[in-house]
Design a protein around this ligand. Structure first.
Ligand SMILES: Cc1cc2nc3c(=O)[nH]c(=O)nc-3n(C[C@H](O)[C@H](O)[C@H](O)COP(=O)(O)O)c2cc1C
Length: 386
C-alpha cells in the first residue's frame, strides 16, 4: 500500500494552464523550424543571430516534431528542443522556417499548425509578429511556399513581417540568390555549399526586422480594450460543439455511493474515468499494454465525460460556465514513464476548444500504479459556473 502511494506520487507536474505568459522584460523571439537535412537550420541560426543583435532581445531556437518519428533528421536538428503548439502564446514574436516542399511548406510544419485550433478560436496569436524563411532546392516555387505559410499566419491574425529589399545592396549578383520580398530563402540545391553568405546576411536582416517589430509591439495585447470584438463574449458553446463535430456522450452514472458532481460556492467538482458506452476505452497501463495514442484517445473520452456531467450540473446550459479552474489528470503508467503532460494535452486542448478563453486552466498530472476498473486515466475537474 505504502509502495503504491509512493508510486502514485512519482511524477507531479504542476502547470499554470496550457497558455502561460512570459513575464520577462526581455523581448523573447522563437525561431521555430522543421528541417530534415539542415538547410533550414543553417538559415535559422542566422535569423537568431539577427534577432539577438537587436537590443534586449533573446532568440530561442526550437523544432516542430516530425510526423514520421522514424525519419532520420540532420544530427544538429535532432538535438533541438521540440516545441508544443501551446507555447507559441508565450513569445513576443516568432520566425517560422521550413524547407520548400512542392512549392509549399513541409507537411510536418503544416501538421503542427493543424493542432492550433484552440489558439485560433481563442485569438491568442492575434497581433503577434511573425516572419517566414525557407530553404529550397532549385528555388522553384519558393515565393509561393512563403505565401502559403502567410495564409496560416493571416488566419491567426498575426502581424506578418516581410523583408522587402533588405540586404539586396550587398547581394552577390554573380550567382542566383534566394532573396524574395517576403522572406529570406536559400537555394540549397544538392551541393552542400549553401546558404551563401548573401543568403545568410538576408536571414540576419530578417531576424533583426522581426525583433524590432516584436520589441515595439511587446505587451500591447494586454492593453485594456485591444480585443474590441471578442468572439468569446458572443460565443455559444452549443454552436462551438456543433461546428467542431463534438457530440457529448450521456453523462456516466455513478457506480458507488457518490454523486456525479457537487456544487459548492459556484464551483462544480467532477471526477471521471475513460468510460465509453458502458465500457472502459483502451484499458491498461501506458508504457506496458497501452500506447500513447490509445492513452490520448482515452483522455479525450474522459474529458468528454467530464463536460457531459458539467452540462448536467449547469442545468443543460454549458454557456453558464465562467471558467475551467483546474484539471488534474491521473495516468496509469509504468514507474519510468514521464510524458504525462503530452497525454493530458488531449483534455486541455478539448477544454480550450470548447470554452475558448474560459477554458484556460491550472493543471496537474500524476502517474499512478493503478486506477479504478483498469482505466488508463482519471480526470478531476473544477469549473466555476454562474
Ligand atoms: C518532398 C520534397 C519536395 C520538394 N519540393 C521542392 C520544390 O518545390 N522546390 C524546391 O526548390 N525544392 C524542393 N525540395 C528541396 C528542398 O526544399 C531542399 O532540399 C531544402 O533545402 C531542404 O531543407 P532542409 O535541409 O531544411 O530539410 C523538395 C524536397 C522534398 C523532400
Amino acid at each position: 500500500m505504502k509502495k503504491q502511494l509512493l508510486v502514485l506520487l512519482i511524477t507531479v507536474f504542476i502547470g499554470f494552464g496550457a497558455i502561460a505568459q512570459t513575464k520577462s522584460s526581455e523581448t523573447n523571439v522563437l525561431v521555430l523550424i522543421y528541417s530534415q537535412n539542415g538547410g533550414t537550420y543553417k538559415m535559422a541560426k542566422a535569423i537568431a543571430e539577427g534577432v539577438q543583435e537587436y537590443p534586449n532581445t533573446k532568440a530561442i531556437l526550437k523544432r516542430v516534431p516530425s510526423i514520421n518519428t522514424k525519419e532520420k533528421l540532420n544530427a544538429e536538428v535532432e538535438k533541438l528542443p521540440v516545441a508544443t503548439i501551446e507555447e507559441l502564446a508565450n513569445y513576443d514574436g516568432i520566425a517560422f522556417g521550413s524547407p520548400v516542399h512542392f512549392a509549399n511548406i513541409s507537411a510536418d510544419m503544416n501538421y503542427f499548425f493543424s493542432q492550433s485550433i484552440p489558439l485560433w478560436t481563442s485569438r491568442t496569436l492575434e497581433g503577434k509578429p511573425a516572419t517566414v524563411f525557407m530553404s529550397a532546392g532549385s528555388g522553384a516555387g519558393k515565393e509561393a511556399a512563403i505565401l502559403s505559410f502567410w495564409n496560416i499566419l493571416a488566419s491567426h491574425g498575426m502581424v506578418i513581417v516581410p523583408t522587402g529589399i533588405m540586404g539586396t545592396a550587398t547581394l552577390d549578383k554573380t550567382v542566383p540568390q534566394g532573396n524574395t520580398p517576403f522572406g529570406a530563402t536559400s537555394l540549397a540545391g544538392s551541393t552542400g555549399t549553401r546558404p551563401s553568405q548573401s543568403e545568410l546576411n538576408l536571414a540576419k536582416e530578417q531576424g533583426k526586422a522581426l525583433a524590432r517589430v516584436a520589441s515595439g509591439l511587446k505587451n500591447t495585447a494586454n492593453i485594456k480594450g485591444v480585443k474590441t470584438t471578442s468572439i468569446e463574449s458572443k460565443s455559444d458553446i452549443n454552436k462551438t460543439l456543433k461546428d467542431n463535430n463534438i457530440v457529448l456522450p450521456e453523462a456516466p452514472k455513478p457506480v458507488g455511493n457518490y454523486v456525479p458532481f457537487t456544487i459548492s460556492d459556484h464551483k462544480v467538482y467532477i471526477n471521471q474515468v475513460a468510460l465509453k458506452e458502458g465500457k472502459i476505452l483502451n484499458p491498461g497501463k501506458v508504457g506496458a499494454t497501452v500506447t500513447e495514442d490509445q492513452a490520448k484517445e482515452a483522455t479525450y473520452q474522459t474529458m468528454l465525460n467530464v463536460i457531459a456531467v458539467l452540462k448536467e450540473a449547469c442545468g443543460g446550459d454549458l454557456n453558464k460556465v465562467k471558467q475551467c479552474v483546474q484539471l488534474t489528470g491521473y495516468f496509469n503508467t509504468t514507474p519510468e514513464y514521464t510524458q504525462h503532460a503530452g497525454l493530458m494535452n488531449s483534455a486541455s486542448n478539448l477544454t480550450a476548444l470548447v470554452f475558448g478563453e474560459k477554458g484556460k486552466h491550472a493543471r496537474a498530472t500524476i502517474g499512478a500504479a493503478s486506477l479504478p476498473i483498469n482505466s488508463v486515466v482519471e480526470i478531476q475537474a473544477i469549473f466555476e459556473i454562474e
